[in-house]
Write a protein that binds this ligand. Structure first.
Ligand code: GLP
Length: 239
């Protein structure tokens, strides 16, 4: 694992969006795995600004979404499909056909086949949940897990409830598994803010621990963890 501690949240975001631009510029037909969540919002904003500035060509790229809620329609304002339409597809004038969305009405094998047929994922972006989840691989997920329906934990529901207002949060999601994520050629995780400090401390100090699924990623040969000062505030790292 490579850990990159930035001097500020802005710098961490800039570093991750620069990696996206660099990888796409050097391999215009590469595939990207995309995460959602608040952490990624400024990354996508920054990426859009850079892509426009550099007239980045993206017509040959293909994108795989990491997960999706089960039990809401895909055009629900809080679905991850709506998230990425609003934050990446529309602003960059990309085509929906360049994106694969976890098919919540089918089983996970369909998505695994799609990823395989698409040549796998070259760069997988990841956030981390307050309980150490990746995608929606909640504590207890196995390192070999593949795309499947998962039950969301109370901690995750509490943290994501804000996206649903007074409406009840879905109890389930379809998520790429840890095994599916580990198949990605390069994994880039970003953690920002104080709320992630405990998960990052746990990740830093443990390996292959099902109670914090992110620890499995440490055995991936190309896993980079980008931190801002707040998310790194409970570990001893110096710039
Ligand atoms: C979400 C997504 C993850 C994301 C994580 C953290 O619900 N399933 O892909 O990384 O939980 O979200 P946030 O960045 O909002 O803290």
């Amino acid at each position: 694992m490579r850990i990159i501690l930035s001097r500020s949240t802005k710098e961490a975001i800039d570093t991750v969006s620069t990696i996206m631009v660099d990888r796409i510029s050097s391999r215009p037909n590469m595939t990207l795995g995309l995460a959602t969540g608040k952490t990624m919002e400024p990354v996508y904003e920054d990426f859009i600004a850079k892509a426009r500035e550099q007239s980045l060509k993206m017509d040959k790229n293909f994108f795989f979404m990491l997960d999706e809620y089960v039990g809401i329609e895909e055009d629900h304002p809080s679905s991850f499909k709506s998230y990425i339409l609003k934050r990446l597809i529309k602003p960059l004038d990309l085509h929906e056909s360049q994106f694969a969305f976890p098919p919540t009405k089918l089983d996970g094998d369909h998505y695994e086949t799609l990823i395989k047929e698409g040549g796998g994922i070259d760069l997988q972006l990841l956030g981390i949940g307050v309980n150490g989840h990746i995608g929606f691989n909640e504590p207890g997920s196995s390192i070999n897990s593949r795309t499947r329906i998962v039950n969301l934990t109370d901690a995750t529901k509490k943290s994501n409830q804000e996206h649903f207002g007074s409406e009840a949060m879905p109890n389930q999601a379809l998520s790429m598994g840890i095994g599916s994520i580990m198949d990605g050629k390069e994994l880039v995780m970003l953690a920002t803010g104080k709320s992630k400090a405990d998960a990052i401390k746990y990740l830093f100090n443990h390996h292959d621990d099902e109670s914090c699924p992110a620890t499995f990623l440490k055995s991936h040969p190309h896993f980079s963890l980008f931190l801002d000062p707040e998310s790194a505030s409970k570990i001893s790292l110096k710039i």
